[in-house]
Design a protein around this ligand. Structure first.
Ligand code: GMT
Length: 377
């Protein structure tokens, strides 16, 4: 198949998932055309049948805001016309689904039909997409897609609750590439941040307000006061980092390492003992799944799709939003002795196996085939 993939190029989960999907499809012999505002962050190697088309967003003094959606639709028309895509798969509804609809209409006038699939990722429904400034367009463009997927049952239900959706939504979970995320414990790496017998908590995100990174720090603070062997690695960057660092600079945060944005974090995750995800919105929690695949149990909030990934008492603990005390208890319960931690860790590795890329990518391929067959010109 000739597949067009539209995504954000940044470190957000939707861009990561879209890029990994494109790479996996190319390895199976499909031609993949990424269309994005810059090279997707995880597209860090050359692949014979992956092509990248950059959306050029023309600046003009009249524009207070440059019309990205128009530039994107024009680029898709160009790629579609010359590369003859079989299907266009857009990740994150805003504004990709409406740009895809516009593209479809333009191509129709040229006698070209393109089936469009929209994958809903999370904040495109739960935060940004349902803001009145976008909601009518988001609802319309979801309904105009030929196929719609959501990354969890929770997100599907949220979408049906918040919008008037006529289209069937298929749930296709996020997936994990075990060649990138697998337990690979390196004591020498651990020594860079602490001692062999220290307990490492870890958080990975884009440090946006929805990630509630101060809850991570408060949880660590309580635990560290009782047991100074408990350290914290903060991986990622974003708008809340300054606040968190300022808080730490005012007190005793010597045992927190802010590592910034990192690639290839499987090895870093593998030296950690508990992953903390206190998000107030999370449609799936890909970062938690990546940690689990590296054998790291998770203490998380019970929001959105997280309980579909983090299984209470098995792979970790899910706590009410903002319930720091429960998160502290969860970390203590997981790390109370070596045997308990090992059981949780093993459960994580086994459960993460059910989200293996090799199982999930064929589901997307079948969905493409189905939509191509069913969509009407
Ligand atoms: O929250 C992020 O890290 C970015 C965001 C996005 O849409 O780019 O991620 C969402 O998509 C991921 C991949 O499907 C999900 O695993 C995340 O749970 C989801 N984030 C939220 O819902 C907040």
């Amino acid at each position: 198949m000739n597949v067009g993939i539209v995504c954000y190029p940044t470190y957000g989960g939707s861009g990561v998932l879209a890029t990994e999907l494109g790479i996996a499809l190319s390895k199976k012999g499909h031609n993949v055309h990424f269309i994005s505002s810059s090279l997707p962050a995880r597209l860090d190697k050359y692949y014979a049948n992956i092509h990248f088309h950059e959306v050029r967003n023309l600046q003009y003094p009249l524009f207070e805001y440059t019309p990205y959606e128009t530039a994107l639709a024009s680029k898709i028309v160009d790629v579609m016309t010359y590369e003859k895509l079989d299907v266009l798969h857009v990740h994150y509804a805003v504004p990709h689904a409406s740009a895809a609809f516009m593209t479809k209409q333009i191509l129709k006038t040229k006698g070209i039909h393109i089936p469009v699939i929209t994958t809903l990722h999370g904040t495109d429904i739960t935060l940004v997409g349902n803001d009145p400034s976008y909601a009518p367009v988001v609802e319309f463009s979801i309904n105009m897609s030929d196929g719609v997927t959501a990354v969890s049952h929770s997100l599907k239900n949220d979408t049906l609750y918040r919008f008037n959706i006529e289209k069937e939504i298929q749930v296709i979970y996020n997936f994990i590439d075990k060649t990138k995320f697998t337990r690979d414990y390196n004591p020498e790496l651990k020594k860079l941040f602490g001692k062999e017998d220290d307990i490492f908590l870890v958080h990975v995100s884009n440090f946006r307000p929805v990630k509630r990174i101060m809850d991570v720090i408060k949880t660590w603070e309580i635990l560290n006061q009782e047991n100074p062997k408990i350290k914290l690695l903060m991986i990622g960057d974003g708008p809340e980092r300054q606040k968190a660092e300022d808080f730490c600079r005012g007190g005793n945060c010597g045992d927190i390492h802010f590592l910034g944005r990192r690639d290839g974090i499987g090895k870093l995750l593998s030296i950690c003992d508990v992953f903390i995800m206190p998000s107030e919105k999370e449609s799936f929690g890909l970062a938690a799944l990546e940690a689990m695949a590296c054998g790291v149990p998770v203490v998380s909030s019970d929001i959105g799709g997280i309980p579909e990934v983090n299984i209470q008492g098995k792979t970790g603990y899910v706590c009410a939003l903002g319930d720091i005390e429960s998160m502290v208890k969860g970390v203590k319960a997981i790390t109370k002795d070596r045997a308990t931690w090992e059981q949780f860790s093993q459960n994580c590795i086994e459960f993460a196996d059910s989200f293996d890329i090799n199982e999930v990518v064929p589901v997307y391929e079948q969905f493409y085939q189905h939509v191509i067959k069913e969509s009407v010109a």
